[in-house]
Design a protein around this ligand. Structure first.
Ligand SMILES: NC(=O)C[C@H](N)C(=O)O
Length: 333
């Protein structure tokens, strides 16, 4: 019989209505009981642990690292781990976990768009599907995935795409790994192998995301570095183009040894160094083109690389090697 661990962290799946609004009201045991009523748990035993009780927009990187340590501990003793988590930052938490995960034990993140006490909640079914996924030995070695509304999506590249709808996550441009429903698990694709890039006991340095919008100047970019950011990711227009002023300032930062990552504010597709005064200039200056990673995942990648080296070229090299390994950018020929 397979043994699984369920780690709860809060999120809407665990919220109940109160006078001030939704707040986390239940822990892992209640969530498990509700999920058990969906399809039952034939053939698996589930241990529970409450890691914290937070809505995910209130979590810090430190909270997610504490979760990563709890997952690492659990993975030494069980065959699969499910994390219930808020959806607002699930794509970041799952990505950070993927950067730290060094075991063949599968990890599934899940949550809900509707509260625990909703008359028609989606949480129990999502949790039942996540348990079914990691309870299936075919999930071994697939790393960290997000299981939501029947889809198993790789942590790398997954984004929240709907504020309230039940199909809240997609991984645009990437194949779903599997589907889970009442009949069982259908395997679709091999999950990308994600190289470990950081230790869960080491808080990474500050890296900020700087948004681009019509006429954006470099005020926020400079303020980030003044506030102590050791790297920045620009959420550029289109295929990765900042305004000319942002581009000039990024080139200055790169020249002074601050690594710069380039991602896009568009919700899907890779960035590419195409335009003079934009992405092409940043690429020549040594910025990391972050492939199809969202700015939020790109920021965590840059921060993880900074835990290994202070040198901007060393950070750039680590990020590029990692991005190629997960298929986010082409292999260099
Ligand atoms: N659906 C959700 O879980 C959203 C909630 N605000 C959270 O991230 O905790």
């Amino acid at each position: 019989m397979r043994t699984l661990a369920l780690l709860s962290t809060g999120g809407t799946i665990a919220t109940t209505a109160g006078e001030q609004g939704l707040a986390v009201g239940v822990g892992a045991d209640d969530l498990l009981s509700a999920a058990e009523r969906v399809w039952g748990f034939g053939g698996v035993r589930v241990q529970t642990r409450e890691v914290h009780r937070l809505v995910s927009f209130a979590e810090s990187v430190g909270d997610v690292l504490a979760l990563a340590r709890a997952v690492r501990e659990a993975a030494r003793e069980v065959d699969g781990v499910v994390v219930t988590h808020g959806t607002d930052t699930m794509e970041e938490a799952a990505f950070l976990l993927a950067l730290t995960h060094d075991s063949p034990v599968p990890v599934a993140f899940t949550g809900a768009q509707r509260p625990y006490d909703d008359p028609a909640p989606d949480g129990p079914r999502n949790l039942a599907a996540a348990l079914r996924w990691v309870g299936d030995p075919r999930s071994d070695g697939t790393g960290v995935n997000v299981v939501f509304d029947g889809d198993v999506l790789p942590a790398v590249g997954t984004r929240k795409v709907d504020t309230l709808g039940l199909k809240a996550f997609r991984a645009p441009g990437r194949a779903p790994v599997a589907a889970v429903d009442a009949d069982g698990v259908r395997l679709y694709a091999q999950a990308p192998k994600v190289p470990t890039l950081m230790r869960p006991d080491l808080e990474p340095p500050r890296v900020d995301v700087v948004a681009q919008y019509l006429g954006a100047d470099a005020t926020a970019l400079r303020a980030s570095v003044t506030a102590g950011a050791r790297g920045v990711v620009v959420a550029g227009f289109g295929a990765g183009n900042p305004t000319p002023e942002t581009t000039r300032t990024c080139v200055e930062l790169l020249d002074s040894g601050v690594p710069v990552g380039l991602a896009s504010r568009v919700g899907s597709g890779p960035v590419s160094g195409l335009y003079a005064e934009g992405g092409a200039e940043l690429m020549r200056a040594g910025a990391v083109l972050m492939g199809d990673l969202s700015p939020w995942q790109a920021r965590l990648l840059l921060a993880a690389a900074l835990t290994h080296t202070d040198s901007a070229s060393g950070v750039t090299e680590r990020c590029r090697t990692w991005l190629a390994a997960v298929g986010a950018v082409p292999e260099r020929g």
